[in-house]
Design a protein around this ligand. Structure first.
Ligand code: 5GP
Length: 241
């Protein structure tokens, strides 16, 4: 219940100066009614990496270990693959709808990747942050940099690299979800991404899945603990005497 008080609302300088018209006893008894509550905010963990590096599997493992984390489902204009589900892997929409969403400022970030539009919905992400729910984003370097510049204290960028180029090519061919032309586009995209990797907070090698997941989990735990973004709310429990 809001307290009817004179101290905090007495003048714009009330926070800095104790108003002279109150006795010390009045101020002490008022202060005794204060409750402090520190609320943490959710943190964003961006996981990026070359196409075929195994991000999807790593993210699935993290979500198994940390079911409280929220995986942000992106919007995309690319074709749905045979194994993908609407609303779980992506929201598949056409270019016109995507552009309308850009105009309505509905993306936290968006980018063109491999000739298709991809974007992270803004409203749900910001809501999760306020609810102190940590978020995982599987997005490319251009998107990652946008998120970091908008929410620098709440964002950690993690880039996953393969042990070597040969291994990455093997994984891409084995995945069998793309035709050769698409694989070529993805390799070219990976090569251009190399220039941005230094903007990331962490680089993790996916040589062995278990140790890679373990390393990413450690990063999440450390970053979460050291997150400085908190908000303080002050309420007064009863009316000041
Ligand atoms: P794929 O088509 O293989 O699912 O994804 C291609 C690339 O687009 C991946 O690097 C993935 O991280 C990235 N991507 C997926 N969703 C988003 C998004 O919402 N924003 C941005 N910037 N990149 C995304």
């Amino acid at each position: 219940m809001p307290v009817k008080h004179r101290v905090a609302g007495s003048s714009p300088a009330a926070g800095a100066q104790i108003p002279y018209s109150f006795t010390m006893q009045e101020i002490i008894s008022f202060f005794q009614t204060f409750n402090f509550k520190i609320t943490n905010k959710g943190h964003i963990f961006v996981i990026s990496g070359f196409s075929g590096v195994g991000k999807g599997t790593i993210i699935k493992e993290i979500l198994k270990n940390k079911p409280d984390m929220y995986f942000s489902v992106s919007y995309t204009t690319r074709e749905k693959r045979i194994n993908e589900r609407e609303g779980i892997d992506y929201y598949f929409i056409d270019k016109e709808s995507f552009k309308k969403m850009i105009l309505r400022d509905e993306f936290l970030e968006w980018a063109i990747v491999n000739d298709h539009f991809y974007g992270t919905p803004k409203e749900i992400t910001l809501k999760k942050i306020e609810q102190n729910i940590d978020i995982i984003l599987d997005i490319d370097v251009k998107g990652a940099i946008q998120v970091k510049s908008k929410l620098p204290n709440l964002t950690t960028l993690i880039y996953i690299i393969p042990p070597n180029g040969k291994e990455l090519l093997n994984r891409l061919y084995k995945r069998n979800t793309e035709v050769l032309e698409q694989i070529k586009t993805r390799i070219i995209t990976s090569l251009t991404e190399i220039n941005y990797i230094n903007a990331y907070d962490y680089i993790v090698v996916n040589d062995d899945l278990d140790s890679c997941v373990k390393e990413v989990m450690e990063i999440i735990n450390v970053q979460k603990k050291s997150s400085k973004v908190r908000s303080l709310s002050i309420t007064a429990s009863k009316e000041a005497e």
